[in-house]
Design a protein around this ligand. Structure first.
Ligand code: F1P
Length: 339
């Protein structure tokens, strides 16, 4: 896991090498009459899908759903004007594979974005997109999560531009591998934070807007690698009840990239501190409690692969401190089959 987290900059470079191909695929879908993309996946791959839809200002043409939700509850959609995009590291996860097969059976255009070249998802989909980011040996998804989220974001960015939705300006992902390299330099500081917080029983992970999927994925990483209970929330939702559940056994992580919500999130952090707690703030502008600084110029819409790195590292080091093996979480396999 640790080697794979450190390999993220190289993986992002590999995704950027196919940016043109991803944008062309989106253009072709639109030209073929597709008006709406359903992005589906399970676990980390679902959160990558969610991150991609957040990257578009307007969400009429993009919707993220867990594969099972698409499979069981989307029979009413317009089949001719819809495409389903299955996102999966393995290309073999049961619900995602079934969602694509079911979609294809109903005449829906299917797209697979996967890190496994010889997977059934890649060969069966109308458009199979392979991310050549190198094998991920750990059960835990790290560099593949970042790669899948970046690739899906670029596909969605182009598709929403074709649909005439949101801003006309295309996202410019150059500089992301360097940003990842910069954030990875926080590793030593994170080792020390892990030593401080490893015995917590519970973590709230808060994110707003584009950082909400990061909060969900960060909470999942802590569950998978540390057997910790967690709750991911939209940051300001924390004020509407959950704050009552905080005591010294509870850790709070806030992920905040400068955007319209920053002042409100800064005030929330102040409130948490006033109650006597020390949140871990992962941000490019906000400071407080323990702060892990992200690159100042980070575009919120492209921030997922960068903002997740500190939580991945934290999960790794907390897991090791708790005497666990982060690469082999209990009751989890590389992919989940059958249902
Ligand atoms: C998705 C997933 C991961 C999880 C574990 C099992 O797999 O559920 O989110 O961490 O690795 O598989 P995939 O569809 O992306 O291969």
């Amino acid at each position: 896991m640790i080697k794979e987290i450190r390999d993220t900059p190289r993986a992002l470079i590999k995704v950027l090498e196919i940016e043109g191909f991803l944008r062309k695929a989106a253009e072709e879908l639109f030209t073929a009459g597709v008006k709406k993309l359903f992005l589906t996946g399970c676990g980390s791959s679902y959160y990558a899908a969610l991150a991609a839809t957040k990257a578009s200002a307007s969400n009429f043409s993009l919707q993220a759903l867990p594969s099972s939700e698409f499979l069981f509850y989307q029979s009413e959609i317009d089949h001719k004007e819809t495409a389903v995009v299955g996102i999966s590291r393995s290309g073999r996860t049961a619900e995602t594979l079934a969602a694509l097969r079911e979609g294809k059976g109903r005449g829906i255009t299917t797209v697979a974005i996967t890190c496994s070249e010889d997977s059934p998802m890649k060969s069966e989909a109308d458009i199979g997109i392979f991310l050549d980011v190198g094998e991920e040996k750990s059960i835990i998804m790290t560099k593949t999560f970042s790669s899948l989220s970046l690739a899906s974001t670029l596909l969605c960015d182009e598709f929403s531009k074709e649909s005439g939705e949101g801003s006309k300006k295309k996202l410019v992902p150059t500089g992301l591998p360097e940003a990842a390299t910069e954030v990875l330099k926080l590793e030593e500081v994170i080792v020390r934070i892990a030593e401080d917080v490893y015995s917590k029983d519970f973590f709230f992970v808060l994110g707003q807007g584009c950082t909400y999927p990061v909060a969900l994925e960060g909470a999942l990483k802590l569950m998978e690698t540390c057997n910790l209970r967690t709750n991911a929330l939209h940051a300001l939702e924390f004020r509407h009840g959950p704050m009552a559940a905080v005591d010294d056994t509870v850790g709070i992580i806030v992920v905040a990239i400068e955007d319209g919500s920053s002042r409100a999130v800064a005030r929330l952090i102040e409130d948490v501190k006033r109650e006597g707690f020390k949140p871990l703030v992962i941000s490019n502008t906000l400071e407080n409690g323990y702060t892990l600084r992200l690159p100042i110029r980070l575009d919120p819409k492209l921030s997922t692969p960068i903002a997740i790195l500190p939580i991945q590292l934290l999960a790794f080091y907390i897991s090791v401190k708790r005497g666990l093996n982060p690469d082999s979480p209990r009751r989890l396999h590389k992919f989940v089959g059958g249902f």
